[in-house]
Ligand binder design. Structure first.
Ligand SMILES: Cc1cc2nc3c(=O)[nH]c(=O)nc-3n(C[C@H](O)[C@H](O)[C@H](O)COP(=O)(O)OP(=O)(O)OC[C@H]3O[C@@H](n4cnc5c(N)ncnc54)[C@H](O)[C@@H]3O)c2cc1C
Length: 363
């Protein structure tokens, strides 16, 4: 089980905490603290860590309660950066990675469309090849970092087939004519996060902006989605741990019928169950993290981690809020925000139902 503490003000996490609390230029300041794209090699301006360093940053941010901005940082650092590192050409890496590490360029990944989310093979956005260019037309929605991004990894249809083989990943610089940002969508939780609609109306990009090979999007997504799913599982573990810790502190001091809520058997038994869930969860997530770093994390284990950790996260915040009584329903109480922010963990990055589909294929 992790032991978390508020990071000291002078430490990198402490400086980041101050930056986010102050709400000032968080991307640039986060780059300055060295906490963006932590797995990036030094030759591209990164600290040269491996994904365990990303995991520490994810856990600390989510435990500190910054799940909104932290979800956006994660898309940039823990998801998009992975695609560039693994599939980018040397030119693409040298152009984008140093700026992403520094917080000078913000990256988004755009798969979801109004008509399709879980079923990526239903993507309709088209990228027509003409000479040395692709011309991209269509719409994306629910895109994290949509308002702020400078670079988007777009999933678009380059082949005529309606199957996955016709899909490609293309790098789109958002200063291109024809690109337009829509609404920053209103959400149940993650209120400070940027989740937006994007419109592409004949956006032209050089053919060299293809990421990996044309028509290979599905295999690249299948190779990188386990990292995204483990990232979400790590977020859920840290956030559930925070909910548990603040609840233990609350029930110790809150009294009813002349005794601390913590002393009641119902409280002790329910908290014992949650503590056991957390302890077992951390052990499995650490095992998956080791596998990710050694390149052996399977789709099945990543899906299991995401399914179990995010469902457990939902159970933990629900039970913890109950222990706060009416105060738990008040936004000024952290447990209220943790509850609202937890809901989406079971939806993005592949819903729990899709995780069950993937796991069941390995039976
Ligand atoms: C805050 C937020 C941030 C997001 N960020 C991004 C982002 O940065 N980039 C991006 O591309 N997308 C992003 N998304 C989109 C997210 O990944 C999708 O919402 C998610 O994949 C589900 O797709 P959908 O909403 O279209 O639901 P649908 O696919 O329409 O699913 C609706 C319901 O049907 C169920 N269902 C679907 N297929 C099956 C099946 N085969 N078996 C059983 N049940 C099934 C689902 O589980 C779900 O319960 C974000 C979403 C949110 C809410």
């Amino acid at each position: 089980m992790r032991s978390f503490a508020i990071p000291p003000a002078g430490s990198p996490c402490g400086r980041l905490r101050q930056t986010l609390s102050a709400g000032n230029r968080p991307w640039k300041r986060r780059g300055e603290t060295g906490l963006l794209c932590a797995q990036t090699p030094e030759r591209y301006g990164g600290p040269g860590g491996d994904f365990r360093l990303n995991a520490i940053v994810i856990e600390e941010l989510w435990y500190a309660g910054f799940s909104g901005p932290a979800a956006n940082f994660s898309v940039h650092s823990d998801v998009c950066c992975g695609y560039l590192l693994k599939f980018g050409t040397e030119d693409q890496k040298r152009h984008w990675l140093p700026r992403m590490v520094a917080g000078d360029a913000v990256c988004a990944i755009a798969m979801t469309e109004p008509g399709t989310g879980s079923d990526l093979k239903g993507i309709r956005m088209r990228a027509e090849r003409g000479g040395n260019e692709y011309m991209i037309s269509g719409q994306k929605t629910f895109i994290s970092n949509g308002q702020l991004c400078d670079l988007i990894i777009v999933v678009a249809r380059t082949g005529g087939s309606d199957k996955g083989s016709g899909l490609s990943l293309i790098l789109v610089d958002t200063n291109r004519p024809g690109f337009r940002r829509g609404r920053n969508l209103e959400k149940l939780g993650h209120l400070s996060a940027d989740t937006s609609e994007l419109f592409f109306d004949g956006v032209r990009v050089p053919a060299t902006n293809i990421l990996g090979a044309e028509g290979h999007a599905m295999s690249m997504l299948m190779s990188e989605l386990p990292q995204e799913r483990l990232t979400i599982a790590l977020q859920s573990m840290a956030s559930a741990q925070k909910a548990f810790d603040i609840t233990v502190a609350y029930v110790r001091q809150r009294k009813a019928f002349g005794t601390a809520i913590a002393a009641m058997q119902n409280t002790r038994f329910k908290l014992a169950d949650l503590k056991a869930d957390l302890a077992v969860g951390w052990a499995f997530i650490d095992q998956c993290l080791g596998q990710l770093v050694s390149g052996t994390l399977s789709t099945y284990d990543a899906s299991t981690a995401k399914l179990w950790a995010t469902e457990m996260h939902g159970r933990v915040v629900d039970q913890c809020l109950q222990f706060f009584g009416g105060y738990g329903f008040m936004r000024e109480y952290e447990i209220c925000r943790l509850y609202a922010d937890a809901r989406v963990q079971r939806i993005y990055g592949g819903t729990s139902e899709i995780m069950r589909e993937l796991i069941s294929r390995d039976l």
